[in-house]
Design a protein around this ligand. Structure first.
Ligand code: GDP
Ligand code: MG
Length: 441
């Protein structure tokens, strides 16, 4: 994929604007490349359609050249399809949180159970591993060893106690967890080499017996095009809330990730990258997108170009402030979009120390709010942006229509902006910014 894309993009480099022909040529190549990476055909089609649309609609960037811009669009779109932000485990309000693993034999369920248990234990949870694969002779033993290594408890039928009933074991394990105050129960189940009805029924029976908070579908990333059929079968047979991709340490090209995400609509939550307990992480859509594109160097370049540009813009803004010129809505918009480009606002805020206690509020922040504000400002005339005080009733109505929001939303923004402008003025005239040329110390 990398070689292909690199050659297409290098042929695009140093041209002026992106033409329709450029976009088409690029997309033809991306299409072939994605198919070669084992992405399912309908997924490829939908993906290409969106990239095309975005490439056509994109304002020509001042920070990036056209080649970089196309790469960025493809990359951004990949991240979006792969799920944007990482979804975390939803813990039950009253413990224990029950997590059930499902998937084909050899997918990596049992290994994952151990990894997940260790990961949770490291975060201060008290997980209980439950052995419900009573089909493979060594399965219970395998999980026992993993539990020992992870330093967590295990619930399994007594050895030599005859053939166990996995549904009964699962049910008993929940009571056991409640009694012993384990707060997370991880239920490992049996798989078959192929999809078969008996296995599905057993998994569904276990599910019904324990009513899990999360069913995780464990998928070997190396299985290529089969990923789609397998995921569909499990979706129908058992249903699942999230996906875990395993064996990403191999040379799997990530096509499965894209297909499964798109076709089942379920987020990929974790990634397994080896046989050791530590080879495990939450799934990072951005990393997977980079892996699928395999264009690390170009992506780094793009980031640098963007950052340099933003720094230049920020410096301009600081000069403006220092010279006492007043801030306009254009400046406001520009600042906002600069912040927006740094990533989801939630992630930015989440990096602030001590923010943890505000997690709930943080989760309510919506990047669409920013986009809505941007839309409102863009629907204003240059004159209105310079001096929003001229915005009267009829102007407000026009702006609201143009940006698809209510009149009161427009009003709200204007009022808030005027307050903010006043505050900025007080700051520059009053105390000034320390260390800024022209600011009073
Ligand atoms: P299960 O049948 O779904 O329970 O699969 P297992 O957990 O028993 O794993 C099957 C094989 O794959 C074992 O040999 C594991 O060591 C190996 N395995 C599991 N996850 C990974 C992974 O992320 N990377 C690699 N390289 N091997 C893995
Ligand atoms: Mg197993």
């Amino acid at each position: 994929l990398s070689d292909r894309l690199t050659s297409v993009f290098s042929s695009l480099r140093s041209r002026g604007r992106l033409s329709e022909a450029d976009i088409d040529a690029t997309c033809r190549e991306i299409r072939i490349a994605l198919l070669e990476a084992d992405v399912a055909l309908p997924v490829v089609k939908a993906f290409i359609a969106r990239v095309k649309e975005r490439a056509r609609g994109a304002e020509v960037s001042q920070a990036l050249n056209p080649a970089q811009q196309v790469v960025k669009i493809v990359h951004d779109e990949l991240i979006e399809v792969l799920g944007g932000e990482t979804r975390r485990i939803r813990f039950a309000k009253t413990p224990p949180t029950v997590i059930m693993l499902a998937g084909l034999q050899g997918a990596g369920k049992t290994t994952l159970a151990g990894k997940l248990a260790k990961w949770l234990r490291d975060q201060g949870h008290a997980p209980l591993l439950v052995a419900c694969d009573l089909q493979r002779p060594n399965a219970v033993q395998q999980l026992t060893v993993l539990a020992e290594r992870a330093g967590v408890a295990i619930f399994a039928p007594e050895p030599g106690n005859g053939v166990g009933d996995p549904v009964a074991v699962a049910r008993q394990s929940i009571d056991h967890a409640k009694r012993k105050q384990y707060d997370v129960v991880i239920v490992d189940t049996a798989g078959r080499l192929g999809i078969d009805e008996e296995m599905m029924r057993q998994a569904a029976d276990i599910r019904d017996a324990i009513n899990p908070d999360e069913v995780l579908f464990v998928l070997d990333a190396m299985i290529g095009q089969d990923a789609v059929n397998t995921a569909r079968a499990f979706m129908e047979g058992v249903g699942f809330d999230g996906v875990v991709l395993t064996k990403l340490d191999g040379d799997a090209r990530g096509g499965a990730a894209l297909s499964v995400r798109q076709i089942t609509g379920r987020p990929i939550m974790f990634a397994s990258t080896g046989e050791k307990l530590e080879d495990f992480d939450v799934f990072h859509p951005d990393r997977m997108a980079s892996r699928i594109l395999d264009m690390g160097d170009i992506l780094t370049l793009i980031e640098q170009a963007q950052r340099t540009f933003d720094e230049r813009e920020a410096a301009k803004m600081a000069d403006k402030l220092a010279s006492g010129e007043s801030f306009t809505l254009d400046d406001f918009l520009e600042q906002m979009m600069m912040v927006r480009r740094l990533g989801p606002i939630k992630n930015l805020l989440a990096m602030m120390p001590g923010i943890g206690q505000f997690r709930d509020q943080l989760n309510q922040i919506d990047d669409r709010d920013l986009d809505r504000i941007a839309a409102i400002i863009r629907s204003m005339t240059p004159e209105e942006r310079r001096d929003p005080r001229i915005i009267n009733g009829s102007r407000r109505a026009r702006i609201a229509r143009g940006s698809g929001v209510s009149v009161s939303a427009v009003n709200n923004l204007v009022v808030r902006f005027l307050e903010w402008q006043k505050m900025m003025k007080r700051m520059t005239q009053g105390m000034g910014f320390p260390g800024m040329p022209g600011g009073r110390k």
